[in-house]
Design a protein around this ligand. Sequence first.
Ligand code: 6PG
Length: 261
Amino acid sequence: MPAAPDIRILRDSQAWAAAAAEFVQEVGKEAIRATGRFLIALSGGTTPETLYRALATPTFANRFDWSRTTFFFSDERCVAPDDPRSNYALAHRALFIPLKITSSQVYRMLGEARDLQAAANEYGRQLRLVTKTSTSAQPSLDLILLGLGEDGHTASLFPGAPVLRDDQNLIAVTQSPKDPPTRLTMTLGVINRASVILFLVAGAGKAGVVRAIFNPKTEAERQLPAALVAPEEGHLIWFLDRDAAAELPNTSTADEHMRAR
Ligand code: 6PG
């Protein structure tokens, strides 16, 4: 039975970004203490970008040993790596350059590949190799960062998409109603094996879908992709700003920790 998620509500975007950056570094330090390295999967979107920019500020950049971190991606848009829509391009600009991350530390999904299925398979193979996971098990990363779309999508798992039932592939090629239409994404099996899953959600536009996830009123709301993220053994944590938490009960006090579900 998955544990209840830990929901952290911060008063504004500045407090939100600082708390999220601190949390990522805590998880990273713990992973390095335990295994000597930190395996993290990044996400795309404007909210994760806020976190990347916070991590790159001197306050956070200088107090963590990034050389022991290996970066993966939870999804990628199928465009060239220098396309402004590429999740890799965003991470490269906002995180890898300022933190001087070397290319050997980054596993990017090849969204520009002609044969996307081969690229997905190869990424799955790399995940297994780095995590030393046999083909009979699911690789487990230390931390997976996820954003949330207003329609309830996360990574590139969109509502109703067949990929939500894919229990064969670690990484799948899938379609998106948002531009760009073709994506590579981690499947739920890999996401739900992570030690820690961190949802990054900010802004009033997300308040309705946040309510739908924590207080679903219909079967469709229960089946929203983000609601299907439920790590069997790991921790699920949501960082919300006050605007995104506006439709949840008991959120009047900012910067408080609260348990739900
Ligand atoms: C992507 C994503 C996606 C994103 C959410 C939230 O590549 O588009 O990984 O799941 O994280 O759509 O994006 P925003 O923070 O921009 O709303």
